[in-house]
Design a protein around this ligand. Sequence first.
Ligand code: SF4
Length: 481
Amino acid sequence: MSHIHQLMAAGAIDILRSTIQDAGGNEVFFLAGTDERGIIQEVTPLARGNDSAVPALMQVAAQSDVIIHNHPSGHLTPSQADVGIASEYGNQGVGFYIINNGVDQVYVVVKAFQKEKLVPLKIPQILEMISPEGAIASKLGGYESRPEQLRMTEAVGTAFNRSQLALIEAGTGTGKSLSYLLSAIFWSVQNKQRVVVSTNTINLQEQLINKDLPFLRSVLSPQFKAILIKGRNNYVCLSKIDSLEKEGEHLIESEDRAELKALIQWAHKTSDGSRSDLSILPAPAVWEKVACESDNCGRIKCPFYSRCFFYRARREASSADVLVVNHHLLFSDLALRGDTGRYSDVAILPGYSRIILDEAHNVEDVATDYFGAQISKFGLLRLLGRFYSIREKERIREKGLIPFLLARLRFLEKQIDVKLYTRIFEHVQTKLIPQRENLAFVLTSVFDDLAAYFEGLSKDETAEVKVRDSCSGSATSPRAA
Ligand code: SF4
């Protein structure tokens, strides 16, 4: 048990106490902000305690914040639920404290991590580097100063320093990549925080990794490590190669034999094991036979784990300052982090603090693939049909889960109380089945109305119409309906 005044300012204690009193001594959840010494200065009541309030709190707390709640019983020992929530918060650097109603006792389940002191980018120095007299200009033949590049560099650097979003549109030939790479490199090296650069095309990834980054490495004094991370499917799986070598003749169709033989020979010689290291492009179906797959991977139990090209590349990535990835890899990583709530650990990518999205016009489609959901009229009606449907043409007219359960109930009729049997039977016949019919009718009307609305919006029937829902930010189109 810690001394309350060592953890909280007097003003914060007063707010906690009066809010708990106003709530009649019931459980209240608070969000608290700490100063640079870790002492709570500000407190905001968030929710009056019930279990469903807790998940909502997960969204609002950030590193160095503290979630506080009172135990009205006065027993401050954390429950199992408290420990579970505290460990989730702890992973994000958020503290979790329990207090009594009088706010004179506190139990620190997890201490908050203090925000790291970040070293801001020196924007004038970066601008100087890309000025006509700067270090970069002197190494680049035919360099011309571009005002747009200078403006973009300043905007990117400011966004890094202020932890802000920056949305920048710059024309081809502006020197965008050099502009954002400078901020990414200096930020990652001086703050020891990894930066991800995500692009849509392999061409741009290769330009960054083979041209721009090596050039900057030759010019800049801070040494940095930049790595191109590819998806798992781009690497050859040594375990599959081993199986093919041992049992190959039986597993391989004769038309694939020559290509697979060449791939097996290459797998023994390649240094990085990635498809881009091949001089010829194998047929997709043949490459699949040797490619890494998540489902069939033995991971640390695999006898080839220590030599595995895919895991070797991931280990390399964990010591890199700048990661170059494609949007699919980034968004599958973000989706995994969203599911687990672990933003600082290794997911598909090692942890990172800043993201630069180049070719960002493709982001919407990729993000929709990972975070969107599709519903259709027929899908929903099919789902309702699984509960209950009538097949006019068949002898057994009623189908689905409800008729099946009613048949089971009839079978048990003599074993259960007759009143209970009748009540259940009537409820199903008079309430459940009509409600299912009503729901099907409402769904059909809603989807038909939506389709009519979208048709009215778009004269060209083949065009896609997007409507953004301002609450959820989701988009839909007539095809989804
Ligand atoms: S660790 Fe997985 S991907 Fe790597 S060789 Fe083994 S099975 Fe293949």
